[in-house]
Design a protein around this ligand. Structure first.
Ligand code: ADP
Ligand code: ZN
Length: 289
């Protein structure tokens, strides 16, 4: 089965051709400009490649409600030129094949449960901590959409005493994204996140905030595995610190074999940064009838 995959991000669009086994035959990256400039480039990449379907995992917010008139659209994004862009419609029309569509982070969690370390699990969360924070949530064997789709990067967290940084989220200021995404780290400490590598207090605070969100996800969604990806998580020293804070925050209340073994419960992504694009292949496979 020849399938197309498009991981649509705010800075770049990753396009690939692959198959239902998650094998990728070719891949390119195209910078995200305006829809008028970028969409035709994406279409010409996929044209003539003989794909049976295309899977798109897209930055958002997006409309995932199939009964809605604007299903498959990007809705109220901060990338203003992409507001009300009909992603599914544009590709269905141009390529004449079915299009699977979901959020970028749901694409990543789908990649991990279909092809990666979370294979066989029915309840998994994938969180990206990068320019923003988002979570793809797979519950009871399904991608969670609900009313719209989860926006779990914006959960509210408790400020640590002594942290005077006001928070960067334009909507909530000091939500998780506002306090812990890459741009918040850089604004709080006045340096590029990567240059702060050796400053222990930076990562200690970061781990504290991330762990609060994870504890809340554990309490509400009861995941069997939590996968952390995105640029900020390249700071691998965060993992043991996050696990320690999660343990403290759960306070011995949740007693499962997973929580006793946090090293295999809170883990880095397993597919060499291909979890998103591989998830798109699965989104495509699922719309082939
Ligand atoms: P995006 O979220 O735009 O898709 P990334 O996941 O790469 O892209 O996230 C970019 C953010 O992650 C930036 O704010 C950057 O400072 C931060 N970042 C990227 N690489 C690292 C690193 N090695 N260590 C810490 N922070 C990083
Ligand atoms: Zn917010």
């Amino acid at each position: 089965m020849r399938l197309g995959a498009l991981e649509a991000g705010g800075t770049k669009m990753v396009c690939a051709i692959g198959n239902e086994k998650g094998e990728i035959f070719e891949q390119v990256s195209i910078p995200t400009q305006t829809p008028e400039i970028t969409i035709p480039k994406l279409i010409s990449y996929f044209e003539g490649k003989g794909i049976e379907a295309l899977g798109i995992a897209c930055f958002g917010p997006v409309d995932l409600n199939k009964k809605s008139d604007t299903y498959g659209y990007i809705t109220s994004t901060t990338k203003l030129s992409w507001i009300n862009c009909d992603m599914v419609g544009a590709f269905e029309k141009a390529l004449g094949c079915p299009v699977g569509f979901d959020t970028d982070v749901n694409g990543s969690v789908l990649g991990e449960v279909t092809f990666g370390q979370a294979k066989g699990k029915d309840n998994v969360i994938y969180i990206t901590i990068g320019t923003g924070i988002g979570a793809g949530i797979y519950v009871e064997g399904k991608l969670l959409h609900g009313m719209m789709h989860p926006e779990a990067g914006h959960v509210l967290i408790r400020r640590r005493d002594g942290d005077v940084y006001e928070g960067k989220c334009p909507y909530h200021k000091a939500c998780l994204e506002g306090m812990a995404a890459g741009p918040a780290i850089e604004a709080r400490w006045g340096k590029k996140a990567i240059e702060l590598k050796d400053q222990k207090e930076v990562w200690d605070l970061e781990a504290y905030y991330i762990a609060q969100a994870l504890a809340n996800y554990i309490f509400t969604l009861s995941p069997e595995m939590i996968i952390l990806g995105g640029g900020v998580m390249h700071q691998e020293q965060l993992f043991p610190m996050i696990r320690q804070y999660v343990k403290e925050l759960l306070g011995d209340y949740i007693k499962t074999k997973q929580i006793e073994d946090l090293e295999h419960y809170i883990v880095p992504a397993s597919l060499q940064d291909n979890q998103g694009i591989m998830g798109c292949l699965e989104l495509a496979r699922r719309v082939v009838v």
